[in-house]
Ligand binder design. Structure first.
Ligand code: NAD
Ligand SMILES: O=C(O)C(=O)C[C@@H](O)[C@H](O)[C@H](O)COP(=O)(O)O
Ligand code: ZN
Length: 362
């Protein structure tokens, strides 16, 4: 089992990564804390629940009542209506302040369940049990929330989980598209802070199949280490945490513009990272060559130049809703080189130009 510690000013928890943890997850928490649990409510989506809900419930402590709240699979569940349904379930199932929410699923379930836990009775404990590759990112660091029709993740709270239980054997049933989605967040961690990790990925992962066959726990742990260091330094994103948003200014704009769920988060972020590299070069930074990086990403089935397919003005409007925007000026994370991110304001005219140039290669 691999363990990564996540710490901040007033929290400390473990990410435990191993095969089969869903069958024995309570062992990862102290008996003392478990004796306080009055109820467990598992929040999951229908696809994940069909595979794993029974195992997770069966492993729960015998003396603790367990119930479940299941949302439809997909990004649409990060909505006001499912958030309200979730709170209603907390009330009707009788959760109190010593109850625990267990988020069994990918980033959608984790973000939604985390936000429910953050706000129900002004905050109760929750455990993350990630079931996607992408969720190595979403289950760590305490960003929880839902989407607004006008902008991605616009409503939320920082609320750290009590622990992250990562059963890598659940990834066996993950569709190809979702491996691709998650891989781009690992690549992002390489780009922003770990040139050696990025080089390792480039050398060893030529196609998605290589990732599935690799030492997954090791890759997940290395990627999570990057996030852990940044979250420890800047939990509430007043500084360096913004670097974890590399590729997300355009990525979130694409998700919103296409309609939530039409493109996976990671696929949108992959295109957003290529866009950010294009902007960096346009502004005169040496940066990375977007053409070279795009060619590598294409091997996995990404559409790196996706951002060129839509109305630039509409994408600009969506980018302006980004949480890094200040006084209507978009701020983007760019790379001076691999491992050297910066956050800079970018003028609208430059943003627009970089959506349509260079043309002709795609
Ligand atoms: N909070 C954060 O820091 C953070 C970080 C990154 C991404 N996110 C958010 O995470 C979300 C994306 O998460 P995701 O990519 O995990 O998507 P997801 O939760 O929608 O899961 C992807 C799909 O795979 C299915 N699935 C999940 N696990 C499965 C399994 N083991 N077997 C079979 N099917 C399975 C789901 O039902 C869903 O259809 C986005 O909303 C994004 O904004 C949040
Ligand atoms: O943890 C962070 O900080 C991140 O930015 C991680 C991102 O991968 C993630 O998609 C996050 O949800 C984006 O946050 P947002 O504040 O831009 O909504
Ligand atoms: Zn992300």
């Amino acid at each position: 089992m691999k363990t990564v510690e996540i710490t901040g000013e007033n929290f400390r928890y473990e990410v435990n990564i191993d095969e089969g943890l869903r069958f024995k997850w309570p062992r990862l928490f102290s008996n003392e804390w478990q004796s306080e649990w009055t109820r467990i409510m598992v929040i999951s989506d229908d696809a994940v629940a069909a595979h794993y809900l029974d195992d997770v419930i069966r492993a729960a402590p015998e003396e603790t009542p367990v119930s479940s709240f299941i949302v439809p699979s997909g990004e649409q569940a990060k909505s006001f209506s499912w958030y309200e349904e979730g709170l209603t379930a907390c009330l009707t199932h009788g959760l109190d302040r010593n109850s625990v929410i267990l988020a069994l699923g990918g980033g959608v379930v984790g973000d939604l369940a985390g936000f429910i836990a953050a706000t129900y009775m002004r905050g109760i404990s929750f455990i993350q049990m990630p079931s996607t590759f992408l969720a190595h990112d979403s289950s760590v660091g305490g960003k929880t929330g839902i989407n607004h029709p006008l902008g991605k993740n616009m409503v939320g709270a920082f609320h750290q989980p009590a622990g992250v239980v990562y059963d890598t054997s659940m990834l066996q049933t993950l569709p190809e598209k979702e491996w691709r989605s998650g891989f781009s967040e690992a690549v992002k961690h390489g780009y922003i802070q770990r040139p050696a990790f990025l080089s390792w990925l480039k050398e060893h992962v030529q196609e998605m199949e290589d990732l599935k066959q690799a030492d997954l726990s090791e890759i997940l742990a290395r990627s999570i280490h990057v996030k852990a260091g940044i979250v420890r330094e800047d939990t509430f994103e007043s500084g360096v945490r913004a670097f974890l948003n590399f590729g997300h200014t355009m990525g979130h704009a694409l998700e919103k513009h296409l309609g939530y769920g039409k493109v996976t988060h990671g696929e949108a972020v992959a295109s957003g990272m290529i866009y950010a590299m294009t902007v960096a070069r346009h502004l005169g930074y040496q940066g990375l060559d977007p053409e070279v990086e795009a060619d590598w990403l294409k091997n996995f089935g990404y559409e790196p130049w996706l951002f060129q397919q839509f109305d630039p003005q509409a994408l600009l409007e969506a980018m302006k809703k980004d949480k890094k925007t200040e006084a209507a000026e978009v701020r983007m994370v760019l790379l001076e080189e691999t491992g050297l991110p910066i956050k800079v304001p970018v003028r609208d005219e430059d943003l627009l130009k970089c959506m349509s140039e260079p043309k002709g290669k795609r």
